[in-house]
Design a protein around this ligand. Structure first.
Ligand SMILES: Cc1ncc(C[n+]2csc(CCOP(=O)(O)OP(=O)(O)O)c2C)c(N)n1
Ligand SMILES: [Mg+2]
Length: 1005
């Protein structure tokens, strides 16, 4: 029996136009297949079929207006007559378990037993120490008999009860200043410690030698020794035992190396035979062949580095979103869950960057247990201590714990274990707790005697504790981050941890082993030269088998290929699947959609008005019907889907939510209901441009990191794009991210009412500085369609390492038909849109881009009608691309003075055309000025220099002098200056349009 399909609840909209019919009678359709697309003045949305069946009759045609309940079609064998309420996938929530986990901070530390008690020494305010000890004994006995989870549970219950009783509890953000993992719970490294120690020494040496050698060539070259010196153990333990490389069996762990530790990675790659001594000699000399980048730059070393991290703070936020994106791919069923991990190496100073910690809440909320931060807490940054008066490790612990991370502190090395065992009174821990980082830094810049006096000497009991130790023994008391056993145990524990991200806070010494020349002193960071004496010290300190002469020559040391060291090093990596870092891609291309997919946009819209943003959203909807493209699209929005008319995507493809949707959304009755789904496709990032940009980078580099080409489309207010996250955009270029950035609500006068902080008149200039960013400012839907399809083809089919920035506007207007043969011009940056030759008289070349092209078109009509001036109207889709072509051509011509001059594309377009050139855009004049050198004709640019302000579009265009009247007046004046018309004609226009000559330049207002 035939059933009706009618329009479901579409919110407040009425009389909405049907713009596409997606089925025809006789079609067999599935439930949720789209029947028609309807479009309001702001957004378009598909109406899905409520059931499967055969379409019998269509009851609407394109152009019809429909409202809720309007009949659309009838279907045979269908079962329901209205769109079913969405099914809320209720996750089975094991509430009790979750509750317990969150209370233990997700950290089920495998503590088996507790033999010692780090209680504070009995203090004056302990009125009943016996009772105190009874409580502690009880706790220990639960840990011993029932295990740590039970003990945590009981403690939480007691704490809950205390809160209920109104007790003010002490601050529990931090734990004592000791290792999180007690020695008896440490996993033991299976490695050969002797060989590993030798290898570490050699790698340290080669890294330092490489920097010193470069600086011998020229002090301009620079480099860092101190950072890697402090982190060598942290890297080596990972390389020898934990980090699994990408190969044909496994996707590979992803490691974000701290930028300034790059020399250490090169030094290891040298031992692995991946880099030659000649290449090490080319450190920081990249202009010639085979040089090595100062820092991790995939653009410059595309087979080696994966992640650009040296701009501090970008590594951590990009890595968090990388880990999130990996979960997204898994939850969407696009990649297998192989237990891959994202490791991120950071400096303690770097943690002051707002970006570093800005997304740690998200990491915990999304339960990113595939993410491990390792923060190298050497207590120093560039100028001096990170927290001289405080304790960076404790501070970070508090922040990360507070955000729900699993925190593993690696503060003390094994030599401290015995002392801590002896510390029955807790006085040693008390001393550890009370010392500030400024003191800890000084301890390691001095000697054992100093530590004896200043650290242990504070309390006679502690002085006594170390009385049998020599100063050398005291000096040997090591820090956790330099102890491979402790580091191994921490990594092992982080690898096992589930339910939340982990952070390892490793205490180290900046410039470890550099001695007087730079160990733990304030100038360590910039120490790039070591004199002979320093080098000999460094060799001896680590026992590198080089003669004095070899040291003086600053030779690299590489054991024989058959030596046990090299064999061991390679064996460990073979066991872990290959070398790291290594950048590769085995992703398959995505076939660009057929040309016809955008056919609709090539026609005139007639009277129908729409914005280019709406047109773009319709194009995306069309792409979602292409089976090659659809699953790979990653729409990314920072809380502005409704602004851009994209709310239709919520139902259609769902919003990614790792826990599905645990609630019935308030608008569940409506077609565009807020639908969250575990396999949702939209990344709805909230008000978080940096996060959205980081997601976009993760998706845009998926072809290398996950061997799966994805098509990220990040849509944002253009003002909050490059200006806000410019450094991330630069890193995206370095990373060779592919995808689309859409600067919506673009144009200084087009966004109108929003005012100064919203109106963008310069994002294109920022985009133009990124070498592999291709940018366009289209006016019409067909231009957008041609550009979008070409972008898909270039990036995702041909795999060009470029990304697109396209501006889209919110002004509604009608769109003409695509002029014949304009495709190539649209892509090159300009094409002849229209010629006004009816007067056969004085002529002018009018160039416009974005919405201001429409002012140009109107101005041309006035010029023709009222002033008898002919014009050629050029739509400039990209001043940026034109400039690139102009620069290249000019350079070639200058370098080849004997040859016939080549013409730039701009010249090809304009050189045979008559009249001066007037160019106008909704951006600052420098945007259109970019082509000035290549036109070889009088050139005048009009633009929106100055701060925006809220008003109507008309008033704003008048204010910035980019409205049709100003364009006419300025054009006439330019023609007069070229003596092509009489000056009085220009004067007349200025008067006619009531242009105030005495008004200040808009930039000054
Ligand atoms: C955004 C940014 N600002 C400044 C710098 C310059 N810089 C390089 S290293 C450094 C200090 C790093 O200290 P820390 O993070 O503690 O790393 P460490 O070398 O101590 O391991 C600074 C300020 C930079 N690379 N990036
Ligand atoms: Mg530091």
């Amino acid at each position: 029996m035939a059933q009706n399909i009618s329009v479901p609840d579409i919110g407040d909209f009425k009389d909405v136009e049907v713009i596409e019919i997606l089925v025809k009678p006789g079609d067999q359709i599935n439930k949720n297949d789209p029947i028609v697309t309807i479009e309001s003045d702001k957004s378009s949305v598909e109406i899905p079929s409520p059931s499967a069946g055969l379409i019998k009759d269509l009851k609407v045609k394109i152009g019809d207006k429909v409202s809720e309940g309007s009949l659309l079609a009838t279907i045979e064998n269908g079962q329901a007559s209205s769109v079913p309420k969405q099914e809320i996938k209720k996750e089975v929530v094991k509430e009790k378990l979750l509750e317990d986990q969150s209370k233990t901070n997700g950290n089920f530390n495998p503590i088996k037993q507790v033999k010692k008690v780090f209680a504070e020494p009995a203090s004056k305010d302990d009125v009943d120490p016996v009772e105190t000890n009874e409580w502690i004994d009880s706790l220990n006995s639960v840990i011993e008999t029932d295990g740590a989870p039970r003990a945590s549970y009981l403690l939480n219950k007691v704490i809950d009860q205390a809160y209920k009783s109104g007790l003010v509890l002490p601050d529990t953000r931090t734990t004592p200043y000791i290792n999180t993992i007690p020695p008896e719970a440490e996993a033991k490294s299976p490695g050969d410690q002797n060989i590993e120690k030798k290898l570490r020494a050699i790698i340290r040496w080669n890294a330092a030698a490489m920097v010193v050698k470069a600086n011998k060539k020229s002090s301009e070259l620079g480099g860092h020794i101190g950072t890697f010196a402090s982190a060598a153990t942290l890297y080596d333990v990972g390389m020898n035992h934990f980090w699994r490389a990408k190969n044909n069996k496994f996707g590979g762990d992803l490691i974000y190396f701290q930028g300034h530790s790059a020399p250490g990675m090169y030094a290891r790659a040298f031992l692995e035979g991946r880099l030659s001594a000649k290449q090490l000699d080319g450190f920081r000399q990249e202009v010639g062949k085979d040089g090595l980048s100062s820092y991790p730059h995939p653009w410059l070393m595309p087979n080696f580095w994966q992640f650009p991290t040296v701009s501090m703070g970008l590594g951590p936020i990009m890595a968090i979103y990388q880990a999130r994106f990996l979960k997204y791919l898994i939850n969407r069923g696009l990649v297998k869950d192989e237990g891959r991990k994202i490791w991120v190496f950071l400096g303690d100073g770097e943690m002051d960057e707002p970006e570093s910690m800005g997304a740690i809440g998200l990491a915990a909320r999304e339960k990113l247990d595939n993410l491990i931060f390792v923060i190298n807490c050497n207590l120093q940054r560039l100028d001096g201590p990170v927290r001289g008066n405080g304790k960076i490790i404790q501070e970070l612990e508090g922040s990360f714990r507070g955000n729900g991370w699993n925190v593993i502190k690696v503060i003390w090395g094994s030599y401290w274990d015995k002392l801590l065992m002896k510390d029955k009174s807790g006085l040693l821990v008390k001393r550890m707790n009370e010392c500030v980082d400024g003191e800890y830094q000084a301890f390691k810049a001095k000697d054992g005697l100093y530590v004896r006096e200043k650290f242990f000497g504070k309390y006679p009991e502690l002085k006594e504790m170390v009385s049998t130790m020599t100063d050398k023994d005291i000096w040997r008391l090591n820090r956790g981050g330099h102890d491979p056993h402790k580091v191994y145990a921490a990594y092992h524990s982080a690898m096992q941890h589930t339910g939340s991200p982990s952070v390892i806070l490793a205490k180290t010494i900046k410039g470890y082993g550099m001695g007087k020349s730079g160990e733990s002193i304030n100038t360590t960071h910039q120490q790039k030269k070591l004199d002979e004496e320093d080098l000999l010290y460094y060799r001896d300190r680590f026992g590198v088998p080089l003669t004095d002469k070899q040291v003086k020559n600053i030779e690299y040391y590489k054991p024989d290929e058959n030596s046990e060291e090299i064999k061991y090093l390679k064996d460990q990596r073979i066991k872990l699947g290959g070398f790291i870092p290594e950048r590769s891609s085995f992703a398959k291309q995505i076939k660009a959609p057929p040309k016809e997919i955008f056919d609709n946009f090539m026609k005139s819209t007639g009277d129908k008005e729409m914005s280019t943003t709406m047109a773009l959203v319709r194009m995306l909807t069309a792409l979602l019907r292409d089976k090659n493209i659809s699953p790979r699209l990653v729409p990314i929005i920072p809380d502005e889907a409704r602004t851009f008319g994209m709310e239709g995507f919520f139902q259609k493809i769902g919003i990614y939510a790792h826990e599905g949707q645990k609630y019935e959304p308030v608008d569940s009755e409506q077609l565009s209901s807020y639908r969250e789904d575990k396999s949702g496709q939209v990344l709805e990032e909230g008000i978080n441009e940096s996060g959205a940009m980081s997601s976009w980078i993760a998706a845009g580099t998926s072809y290398t990191n996950h061997d799966l080409e994805m098509i990220p489309i990040y849509i944002f207010y253009s003002m909050f794009g490059f200006q806000r996250v410019g450094d991330l955009a630069w890193a995206a270029g370095d990373s060779q991210a592919r995808g689309f950035l859409i600067g919506a609500t673009a144009g200084r006068t087009t966004l109108a009412g929003e005012g100064l902080q919203h109106q963008d008149g310069h994002s294109h200039l920022l985009a133009s500085n990124i070498p592999n960013c291709v940018s366009y400012d289209p006016t019409f839907a067909y231009e957008m369609a041609v550009i979008l399809r070409d972008g898909l083809k270039r990036m995702h089919e041909k795999k060009e390492n470029i990304f697109y920035y396209i501006t889209a506007m919110n002004e509604n207007y009608s769109h003409p038909e695509k002029p014949n043969g304009s495709d190539s011009g649209i892509l090159k940056g300009m094409y002849l849109f229209k010629e006004n030759n009816n007067k056969n008289k004085t002529k002018v070349q009018l160039l416009g881009s974005g919405t201001i092209l429409r002012e140009i078109i109107s101005a041309a009509e006035i010029l023709s009608k009222d002033f008898g001036i002919d014009s050629d109207i050029w739509s400039v889709t990209s001043f940026n691309e034109l400039r690139r072509d102009g620069m290249e051509t000019e350079r070639w011509n200058l370098l080849n003075p004997d040859e016939k001059r080549k013409k730039s594309y701009v010249q090809k377009c304009l050189s045979k055309k008559d009249g001066p050139i007037i160019a106008a855009s909704d951006y600052t004049r420098s945007f259109s000025d970019q082509i000035r050198p290549y036109v070889e004709k009088p050139f005048y640019s009009l633009g929106t220099d100055g701060y925006g302000r809220s008003d109507t579009r008309k008033n704003l265009r008048k204010f910035f002098e980019v409205d049709k009247e100003h364009i006419v007046a300025y054009t006439l004046s330019a023609l007069a200056k070229e003596q092509l018309i009489e000056t009085k004609k220009a004067e007349k226009a200025i008067k006619k349009f009531k242009i105030d000559k005495d008004r200040d330049f808009p930039s000054n207002l």
